[in-house]
Design a protein around this ligand. Structure first.
Ligand code: ADP
Length: 396
């Protein structure tokens, strides 16, 4: 079975083609700058990559180019498009109706459309990918895997905000949280690495990348997660603010910012970038801190502290903790972040082994000391593989 996984952003498209026999990636790539000029396609087959610069106006055209590359004489891995058994789409917002991956029907499309107001940048792009695939590969099943789905098991007290209840009932204003596929994948994988059943474990998963979130995964079910109705709350991120008191937002508006300017400030000018004034990229900020920048050091300290606080809070919510899992760009690569976050949590029975924590660079590992009651792991995330597995299961 060959499964194509698509992740459509507003001006980009990422793809991976899996041969599910052995779960091998046959080809993958990235299309950038769709519809904004200067389009770029990076296509990788095995060890070799090629870069193409066609003019791409929309997602439909981007997908056509991807399908041509997958079947082309030099770049191809398929003799015929008929070899593609099914297509899995990453969809950011599934709302309350979609609590797991689903085979796409007209009702599912309607439910994704209904969530557009909740994810105005992402859901329309995801829909474009679905429409284009339906047109180009008629008869091939499409599956949607939602970023929000894994967190639909949260209890009400985790997702209802302390504002008048009608905003929830009427407008579905509530915590949804995101990165669900990643939290699902790494918590399940951590259980495998530990040789335990996921049903026996209380795990805190830390997905720390440009966008970051933590989840409390209690025996395989997400019971709390740090992003909210949108993607700016929780821990400090590259350019997003993390938790901020509502009074601060009102004050910024009273100082003269419009709603859209405020959104820009909170999503694009805050976080590591806003505090450090250096960069949104943690590598640059850690380097600047090392070179003596006080603000860069402060930005790092805010990040470490916010992650530490969520870990302890989620241990309290679950009434215990067996494992902490780090994943995504920062979680997989920054040993300084992992060390700084864990340091001070010894009272909870967590002890890092510094020699295991150093220099991992995207490899699976248990990095806690042998006598640590709580295990600490690094598990590289692989959202595409989980989407491919769900797609295979549903397409069957
Ligand atoms: P996205 O959320 O866009 O998928 P990633 O998961 O790729 O982002 O994470 C990007 C972040 O990971 C950046 O802040 C980057 O600095 C950080 N990162 C990657 N490698 C390292 C490293 N070796 N040390 C510290 N941070 C790193």
């Amino acid at each position: 079975m060959k499964i194509l996984v698509l992740n459509c952003g507003s001006s980009s498209l990422k793809y991976q083609l899996f041969d599910m026999k052995g779960e091998v990636v046959l080809a993958k790539g990235l299309v950038e700058r769709i519809g904004i000029g200067g389009s770029l396609v990076k296509h990788t087959k095995g060890e070799s990559s090629t870069v193409h610069k066609p003019d791409i106006q929309d997602h439909s055209q981007a997908i056509k180019i991807v399908l041509d590359l997958l079947t082309g004489p030099e770049t191809g891995v398929l003799s015929d498009l008929g070899e593609i058994t099914a297509v899995g789409h990453r969809v950011v917002h599934g709302g309350e109706k979609n609590a797991k991956s689903v085979l796409i029907t007209s009702d599912v499309i309607k439910s994704i459309e209904e969530c557009v107001p909740l994810a105005p940048l992402h859901n329309p792009a995801n829909l474009m990918g679905i429409y284009a695939m339906q047109k180009m590969l008629p008869g091939v099943p499409n599956v949607a895997a939602f970023d929000t789905a894994f967190h639909q098991t949260m209890p009400r007290e985790a997702y209802v905000y302390g504002i008048p209840f009608e905003y929830y009932e009427r407008d579905r204003v509530r915590r949804y949280s995101f990165h669900g596929t990643s939290h699902d994948f790494v918590s399940a994988r951590a259980a495998e690495i530990l040789g335990k059943s996921i049903e026996s474990l209380k795990i805190v998963t830390c997905h720390l990348g440009n966008g970051s979130s933590l989840a409390a995964v209690d025996r395989g079910r997400s019971v709390d997660a740090s992003m909210g109705m949108g993607t700016s709350c929780g821990v400090l991120m590259g350019t997003r603010c993390g938790d901020v008191d509502a009074s601060v937002l009102l004050h910024i508006m009273e100082l003269g910012s419009s709603a859209s300017e405020l959104s820009d400030i909170l999503h694009k000018k805050s976080g590591l970038l806003g505090v450090s004034g250096v960069s949104s990229d943690l590598r640059d900020v850690e380097k600047a801190a090392e070179d003596g920048s006080e603000r860069a050091k402060l930005a790092c300290d805010i990040l470490y502290r916010s992650v530490k606080k969520y870990i302890a809070a989620y241990a309290a919510v679950m009434g215990g903790i067996d494992a902490i899992v780090f994943t995504a760009g920062i979680g997989e690569n920054s040993d300084l972040t992992r060390k700084s976050v864990i340091s001070g949590l010894e009272f909870m029975g967590v002890k890092l082994d510094d020699s295991k924590n150093g220099g991992l660079r995207g490899k699976e590992a248990i990095i806690s000391a042998d006598d640590s009651k709580v295990k600490v792991l690094v598990v590289p995330t692989n959202e595409e593989l989980l989407i491919a597995r769900d797609t295979q299961r549903l397409a069957k």
